[in-house]
Design a binder for this molecule. Structure first.
Ligand SMILES: *Cc1c(COP(=O)(O)O)cnc(C)c1O
Length: 850
């Protein structure tokens, strides 16, 4: 018998235990061990049965037990203490408030948009790294006191749960979640009615949306939900799944996230008296339509024109992209965008926003495609990638949007991702090294007094705990594959707590090459089965449901691991999620990562591992490219430039086997007199001390605040002051530039070598130029000389620039110091200049000599 409707009955808590309800609803418990201990004490058995989920615990614990606790003075005192601690956490000034006290100009609040948020497995609203990153971003913002509001969608089935068929093929399950059973609260208006956001849809339909709020420490996370009877079936399904469905489905989700998300934030701030955000951060381009909604708002009030509104929107938008390849960019058929944003219907989605201008914002080379990344870049004054290497890759990838500029001038920077320390570092480690240090995000400086022996003992106990977990999960997985308990005795002795343990877990797109270790199966087998110094490997990961190649990779690993001679040394665990990730990134000895460089924008699981003293063994891609220092792990050499993917895999796999057998294995098994691997532990210590502080999301969020949010707030205030005078002036300036720019010309240039006529390193040259500004005022532009190295095609590299002085009508001059020896060159260029521009390349406009 199937239920026609699902709902969850919340426990009725006796009055003295009311605080438990509050503590369960604020997700701060997910990174606060004392709160977890308090819940565990309610009923240790039920706590473990429900997998450490406070709401389920409270629903399932017998009423008598609650009555008993309501009279237990010790328990009540403990509850009060934890509750007080939460209150202090929520109200005390923190880093951000300190920065404000020092006079820093910071935004009143920041809205952070993302299609997925991985806060904890109890809220399964994420598929992988992007979502977990977003969750960690909110948690770090909370710890730092950054006034942030998260915005996303609430998926009815979240991402899928993974099991395996008998043949090792991935099977997807979509269990339906009931928001009533999750740590979510419906946003209600003053009258107590649910707040509804409405969006006009094609064919005169309306999408009705309700808003759930999860509380992530100090940060509210608004999740939009369309599963309402007011919507027809199709519209109702808008938030059914994460990354499921066709282009139209995705379009609806992104319209909802961006435009619906903006409307939800507005309603939330109005109702709660929270300051409206000044800065809007879009985590990947999916929520980019939020910029269009803000244009609509600004056209309506204070009545700006489209171009003026764009200036104001750009000033306050930060765009982070995570893809290093054009194929990864989110694009829609223009026809689809047309349907949603048509401006001549009775009730347009964005009244007053002209369709043709919308289409221009997403234009790309292919005239029938609308490019969300291009729109993201055009609507954000500040854009970044997620590691230094990724920033470099992006500048190359989007270079065509800034023609005429040097690739290093492309205004896309990088903020390297980070992970939330209190979430990802094993609490035993925090205890050993000093919990406060962990919480502050300042790193693990407290660890010096701990001996190698103690630290090693801890590493061994974390490995042991992981293996126990693996055995339990492996048995469950085999039962799901159709085995009977009777034949599964071997699962209890899978893996060995004394053996070097290598972990590999992440989503399974082909570029991450989960099967690289299987390149030479016999070589792998001999590593696993070495009689003296074996290694053991644990693998986990989900493949996107539509990615057959990824599923085939999983199957290859499963089939290999199924073989009787190796199954005690290599396992594949299904249903990788944050819970399994926590065991893996703390319990392994080595964390393996071997993507095709440079396709991993950052990668964060290795950072989680580093926080636990797990050593990274990775291709120098993403974060590892900038943080590998020669003694904090190993870099797998890459065959960059080898274009045949087979040969490349051969070369890199061979390098991987060699590293493991010649370096990793010997060091792990080389023991001092007391049985401790001394060299290994010095690498562990070095990793904890040096990577510990750098890989944390608190470092990342501070960087976003200082380098993106604060400058964006200053820009916003500059354009918005005096009734948006800055926006109006800037729009006027842009119009003037547009009219004149194509006629601006550098008629001639001339260079004289000073001091004797021979160009010498460090010597000076004088460059003069005749420039026709086509009616622009000299104060509207910067005329610059550019001097640097030249290559065979006369392309300038490593250049320096110097502004030129006007010396007469149309005449400009400057002296520059020659920066390099060897083949050199110079040119002269005209650039837009305006105090509201964030940099010379911002507008992508330049006139070059010649
Ligand atoms: C951290 C994490 C990821 C991301 O791992 P990468 O190394 O960045 O690919 C994916 N899934 C889960 C569950 C995670 O916790």
């Amino acid at each position: 018998m199937r239920a026609v409707h699902r709902f969850t009955v919340r426990a009725h808590l006796p009055e003295p235990l009311r605080a438990l309800g509050t503590l369960a609803m604020n997700l701060r418990w997910t990174w606060h061990p004392p709160t977890q201990d308090l819940f565990a004490a309610v009923d240790p058995e039920v706590w473990s049965e429900v997998g450490g989920d406070p709401l389920r615990l409270l629903a399932e614990v017998p009423a008598e037990r609650l009555m008993q606790l309501a009279e237990d003075e010790d328990f009540l005192a403990r509850t009060r203490a934890v509750d007080d601690d939460l209150r202090r956490y929520l109200t005390m000034p923190r880093w951000y408030q300190q920065r404000l006290g020092e006079g820093a100009e910071l935004p009143a609040s920041i809205a952070y948009f993302s299609m997925e948020f991985g806060v904890h497995e109890v809220l399964p609203n994420y598929s992988g790294g992007l979502g977990v990153l977003a969750g960690d971003h909110l948690k770090a913002a909370s710890d730092l006191g950054v006034p942030m509001i998260g915005v996303g969608l609430l998926y009815r089935s979240g991402y899928f749960r993974q099991t395996l068929s008998e043949e090792g093929w991935q099977i997807e399950h979509y269990p339906v979640i009931d928001p009533g059973g999750l740590p979510l609260e419906l946003l209600r208006d003053e009258a107590g009615d649910p707040v509804l956001v409405r969006l006009a849809m094609p064919d005169d339909r309306t999408l009705h949306v309700r808003i759930w709020k999860a509380q992530v420490g100090r940060v509210p996370l608004l999740l939009l939900d369309t599963d309402l009877p007011e919507n027809d079936d199709e519209l109702r399904g808008t938030t059914d799944r994460l990354y499921g469905g066709d282009a139209e489905h995705r379009m609806r989700q992104e319209v909802l996230a961006g435009i619906g998300g903006m409307r939800a934030v507005r309603a939330y701030c109005r109702l709660t008296g929270t300051p409206q955000p000044e800065v809007f951060h879009t985590n990947e381009g999916h929520a980019g339509f939020l910029g269009l909604e803000r244009i609509r708002e600004l056209q309506e009030d204070p009545g700006l024109e489209f171009d003026q509104a764009v200036v104001a929107v750009r000033a306050g938008t930060v765009f982070t992209t995570h893809t290093p390849v054009p194929a990864g960019i989110d694009r829609f058929p223009v026809e689809l965008v047309r349907r949603y944003f048509q401006d001549d219907s009775a009730e347009p989605l964005l009244p007053g926003v002209p369709l043709d201008r919308v289409l221009e914002l997403g234009a790309e080379d292919n005239p029938v495609m609308f490019n969300m990344a291009h729109m993201g870049l055009r609507l954000a004054q500040r854009a970044n990638g997620v590691s230094e290497l990724h920033g470099k890759v992006l500048r190359k990838m989007f270079r065509h949007l800034w023609p005429g500029f040097g690739v290093e001038e492309v205004p896309i920077r990088s903020v390297t991702n980070g992970v939330h320390g209190p979430t990802w570092s094993a609490r035993e480690l925090g205890k050993l090294l000093g919990e406060s240090e962990m919480d502050s995000g300042a790193g693990l400086r407290g660890m010096q007094p701990v001996s190698d022996a103690l630290l090693w003992e801890l590493r061994c106990s974390l490995r042991k705990r992981l293996i126990e977990q693996i055995r339990r999960r492996l048995r469950r997985a085999w039962l799901e594959r159709g085995a009977s308990d009777l034949e599964l005795g071997w699962c209890d002795s899978v893996l060995d707590p004394e053996v070097l343990t290598i972990g590999f877990a992440r989503r399974v797109p082909t570029y991450k090459r989960a099967t690289l270790m299987l390149r030479d199966p016999e070589r792998l087998r001999s590593l696993l089965l070495d009689p003296q110094r074996p290694v053991q490997i644990v693998v986990a990961g989900k493949s996107h449901p539509a990615d057959e190649a990824g599923k085939a990779m999983i199957q290859r690993i499963v089939r290999f691991a199924d073989q009787a001679d190796v199954r005690h040394r290599i396992v594949f665990l299904p249903d990788y999620d944050m819970a399994l990730a926590r065991y893996l990134v703390s319990g392994c000895d080595v964390w393996l990562n071997n993507p095709v460089r440079p396709l991993e924008a950052c990668g964060t699981s290795g950072m989680k591992a580093a926080l636990n003293g797990v050593l990274n063994l990775s291709v120098r891609d993403g974060w590892w490219d900038e943080m590998y220092d020669g003694s904090n792990g190993w870099a797998i050499p890459t065959a960059d430039g080898v274009t045949d993917p087979n040969r490349r895999d051969d070369l890199e796999a061979a390098a991987l086997y060699e590293l493991i057998s010649e370096h990793v294995v010997p060091m792990f098994y080389e023991r001092d007199a007391d049985g401790v691997p001394g060299k290994w532990m010095s690498m562990v210590r070095h990793t904890l001390a040096t990577l510990g502080p750098r890989v944390q999301s608190s470092r990342m969020v501070r960087e976003y605040v200082d380098h993106h949010y604060a400058p964006a707030a200053r820009s916003v205030r500059a354009v918005a002051a005096d009734g948006y005078r800055g926006s109006k002036e800037m729009a006027e300036y842009l119009a003037k530039l547009r009219a004149a720019w194509d006629s601006v010309r550098i008629a001639s240039t001339e260079m004289t070598v000073l001091d004797g006529g021979t160009p010498l390193l460090g010597g000076q040259v004088e460059v003069s130029a005749e420039v026709d500004l086509a009616g622009l005022d000299p104060s509207d532009v910067d005329v610059e000389v550019v001097v640097g190295r030249v290559d065979d095609s006369a392309e300038l590299h490593d250049f320096v620039t110097e502004s030129m002085r006007q010396t007469g009508v149309g005449r400009w001059r400057a002296r520059v110091t020659l920066p390099h020896a060897g083949p050199a060159g110079y040119t002269v260029r005209v650039l837009p200049k305006h105090p509201l521009l964030s940099g010379p390349a911002e507008l992508g406009k330049v006139v070059l000599a010649g």
